[in-house]
Structures are given as C-alpha cells and as structure tokens.
Ligand binder design. Structure first.
Ligand code: PLP
Length: 494
C-alpha cells in the first residue's frame, strides 16, 4: 500500500514511512492512501464475533500490511490499557446510540489512537531498519497532549514534547499534563490559542535548519497529531466496530445505513468515518457538530472556508479550533485528488484567510456530510436534557454533538439509526457540567468533582482523582515565537 502527499501526488511513500515522517516534508502536505482498501459486508459481519483488539488488527493491517505480523500483539497491548471494552455502544433509545471512546488511560477519545500509535511507530522504524531517535512534537487543544504523553511515556529512543495553549484547556486537562513524570516527556504552555500552538509546531516541522540540527544529534521529528496518518488509522476502526456491534445485537441488518454524529475540531475523528465509508461501511450521513467556533458548519453548508471570524473559548476546548488540519485530506478527495488545487487552497488559507470550493465539490461534500453548531446555552441544555431524560451524563464535547443531532433530526425528520460519538469523560470538564445541571461550581476542583459524583452517581475514574496529590512538574510558559527554540534546547539538554 502506497501513500501520497495531498500537495504533491508524485511524492510516494510506504505506510511505515508515512507514520515515521508524520507530515510530507518539503511540500507540507498530508499523507493519504493512494487507494482505499475495500472491506466487504461479509467481512464487516465477521467482525461481530471478535473483540476490539482483533477488529483493530484486521482493519489497521489493511492500511499497513508491512506491519501485519506485529499488529495482533500491538493492538492487544494497546487496548488492554482500557477499562473494559475500548468502544462500547450504549443504546439511548430506538434510534440513538452513544459510542463511548473515553475509557482509556486519559479519559478522552484520543487514547484510541495514541495507545496504539507508539507501537505503530516502533514497528514502522523496525520495518524500515531505522535506528534514529524520534522526537514527537504535539500541539494540543487539551486531550491529545496527555494521551500522547501516556502513550509514549517510557518508549525507548523516543521523546515527546507537548505544547498547549495556557488559557485554552480545562483545569483537569492542564493538571493531567503538568503532573506527567516520565523522563522522556516535556510539557510547555504557549501564550495564545490552539491555532497559535499548532502553527508554531507546524513551522518547526517545515524548518529545514531545525531538522538538520536535530539530525546531527541523532533525532528525527515526528507528529502525534492527526496530521500523522498513523493517528487516523486506529480511528477508522471504531466506526466498523460500532456497526459490527449493531449487527450483533440485531439492531440493523447487513447493508443498512447508519449515521454518525461527531463532535469536531481538527476533523480527524469524522474524517476517519468518511474513510470507513469509502472502504465500504454503510454510512448514511456524517453529521459534523461544532461549538460556537463554527467554521466547519459554515464550510459544509456554503462551501466557503473563512478564518475572518472571532475565536471563542468554549466549554468544549478540544473543539476550539479555526484551522481544521484534516480538512485538507477531504479537500483532496473532493477535488478528485487534485494536488495542485489542494496546495493552492492551503496557500490561500494562509495568505488570504480562506478559500471557496466549486459547486460540484460542494455537492459531493453535502452528499456525505451535513453540519450543525451549538452555542453554549444550547450545549448546556443538551447536557441537562440527556441527563434528565435518559440519565446519561455527556461531557461538553458530547453535549455539542447531542445538540447537533437534535437539530439534524428536527430539520430532516431522518429516522436512520444514529451513533453519536461520546468523546470524553464528563469529570474532565466538571465545572461546566455542573453549570449545565444548574449548579454553581466552586473554585476547589476537588470539591466540584465530589459534588458532580453525588449528583450523577457516575463513578470518578481513580486515575483522575489521584492527580490532585501529584506534584506539577512542568510549569514552563512561553511565547509562540519561542517554540522552535524550546525544541532545540530540549534536544541539546538530552
Ligand atoms: C479532540 C477532541 C474532539 C475533536 O476531534 P477532532 O478529531 O479534532 O475533530 C472532540 N471531543 C474531544 C473530547 C476531543 O478530545
């Protein structure tokens, strides 16, 4: 299986190379499979009798056949870190199901990919005979950071540097990152928002002189953000897994369409659903849910992507994003895999703050996707309603998805069975969940958590509560201009 760059189709690499490189050096594009592997209905039905790790090994090997032999053990090790089933499907009513992806070590959906990515990376290096050390750079809007730190902690010949926007993450997200103890991990706050942090990290990737300096010290950069194809592959699995579970419980017949409603920021989660559809999974609509930062809603409804808008901090910080990196991969598909047009649009985004796609492309986009957004009041109301009506307590990101799902059903009357992706444990965002339930949070986060536990009778994951007793090891806060320098210094100190 070959991979090509979205900005230069002539640049071809193998899957292991795509995983090791992260971003296509030189043209700055993202790697995508040269063709999507097909998985037929019979194979999908056969997944029903398998556990999650086996499902994952099967689907990941379709994209990374070079790693086939090591995948069963890798998937089994990665998914044994979850508390039970990594992706349980919870039935809410006849048409609505929640796919819970937050039972991993850091209690958000990023764990699905980031428990496996380090193993994919190690196996890829081995397959390529590479012995250099890897420095993983991560820009995080909150959840990716800790998931990457957990995933890569203690991995030999690998270091992780995480950059997070100081004012843009929740109390618990910050606490999770700052209390990381592993020696190969570094965490730095960046003044600004997520886009600032992500742009600073992307600039390091595209800086040849930094790459040369690192090479002299025996390091090569890679990414754990969803710009790395190795992050996306594990995410494709849970779409198949949810469908297989629905077959298994006779909720659907083979071939029935299922909608997925996905709380979206960097567009990696929902793009994996689109890829699953391209591979043959009977997906109806992919409902893209956004918070007040509704750049994706506007794009999907009008075909125009514009950064000329205000940036809002919301109760769903992992979706407070204006530059959705993975949209580049979708643009590539919509344009009929036109690398020149994709490169041009990405350049326009940078220089002019936006672009517009053609009418045919918009039609193709809307055949697969629709989009709704929710403001903070609507998100809080969705959380409260879910809790009151069904006793289900969603986190604010999942609250955004629920609000979008309700709008979708009201607008279309569609009765297709729909899976809403439930992306985080509500205790990571306790103050806002309390507010949604009409309670005033206190300054003391520990007390807030105890209060929410009393109200909801939902168990607090012990690993979250234990963070209060750990020392905050990582306290550095820098300007975004100093990210490149911080990377250079970190390596020199090693
Ligand atoms: C990252 C994240 C999202 C958004 O996923 P994208 O792949 O960035 O679109 C939604 N919810 C939570 C809790 C997240 O951590």
């Amino acid at each position: 299986m070959k991979y090509i760059s979205t900005r230069d189709k002539n640049k071809t690499v193998s899957g292991p190379e795509a995983v090791v490189e992260g971003l296509s050096a030189g043209d700055g594009g993202l790697f995508v499979p040269a063709a999507f592997p097909a998985i037929g209905l019979r194979d999908i039905a056969a997944l029903a009798s398998r556990g999650y790790a086996e499902r994952a090994a099967g689907i990941v090997s379709a994209f990374l056949p070079e790693l086939k032999d090591s995948l069963p053990a890798a998937c089994s090790a990665a998914y044994s870190r979850f508390d039970g089933d990594p992706a349980p499907l919870v039935k809410i009513d006849g048409n609505l199901f929640m796919l819970e992806l937050f039972h991993g070590p850091t209690h958000a959906f990023k764990d699905i990919a980031l428990t496996l990515l380090p193993r994919l990376l190690t196996a890829s290096k081995r397959a390529l005979g590479k012995t250099e050390k890897t420095l993983i750079l991560v820009a995080t809007s909150g959840d990716t950071g800790k998931a990457a730190l957990e995933g890569f902690a203690g991995v030999p010949d690998t270091d992780v540097m995480v950059f997070y926007p100081v004012e843009g993450v929740s109390y618990m997200q910050k606490l999770q990152m700052r209390t990381t103890r592993a020696k190969n991990c570094s965490v730095t706050g960046v003044r600004g928002n997520f886009d600032d942090a992500q742009n600073a990290v992307k600039a390091v990737f595209n800086d040849k002189s930094i790459a040369d300096d690192l090479q002299k010290l025996g390091y090569k950069l890679s990414s754990a953000n969803s710009i790395n194809f190795g992050r996306l592959v594990p995410q494709i699995v849970y779409y198949f897994s949810a469908y297989a579970d629905m077959l298994d419980s006779n909720v659907i017949e083979p071939g029935d369409a299922v909608n997925f409603c996905v709380p979206s920021g960097n567009f990696g989660d929902i793009l994996a659903g689109y890829y699953a559809k391209r591979m043959g999974l009977p997906v109806g609509k992919l409902i893209c849910a956004s918070n007040k930062n509704n750049v994706l809603t506007d794009f999907i409804t009008t075909g125009e992507y514009s950064l000329k808008r205000e940036f809002y901090k919301t109760s769903s910080p992992s979706m407070d994003i204006l530059i959705s990196s993975n949209l580049e991969r979708l643009l590539f598909e919509l344009s009929g895999r036109d690398d020149k047009s994709t490169a041009k649009r990405m350049a326009d985004l940078k220089s002019a703050g936006g672009y517009r796609i053609g009418d045919d492309e918009l039609k193709a986009l809307q055949a697969d996707f629709c989009a709704y957004f929710a403001d903070e009041n609507e998100v809080f109301k969705a959380i409260e309603d879910m809790f009151d009506e069904y006793g289900y307590l969603p986190d604010p990101h999942t609250g955004v998805a629920m609000a979008a799902y309700n709008k979708y059903v009201a607008a279309t009357g569609d009765k297709t069975k729909t899976v809403v992706i439930s992306t985080a444990n509500p205790y990571k965002f306790t103050p806002d969940v309390l507010r949604a339930l009409g309670k005033k949070p206190l300054v003391d986060e520990r007390k807030n958590i105890e209060r929410l536990e009393e109200l909801s009778a939902m168990e607090v994951p012990p690993s979250l509560f234990e963070l209060f007793d750990l020392p905050a090891v990582h306290k550095d806060i820098i300007d975004k201009e100093r990210v490149a320098g911080a990377v250079a210094n970190y390596v020199k100190r090693k």
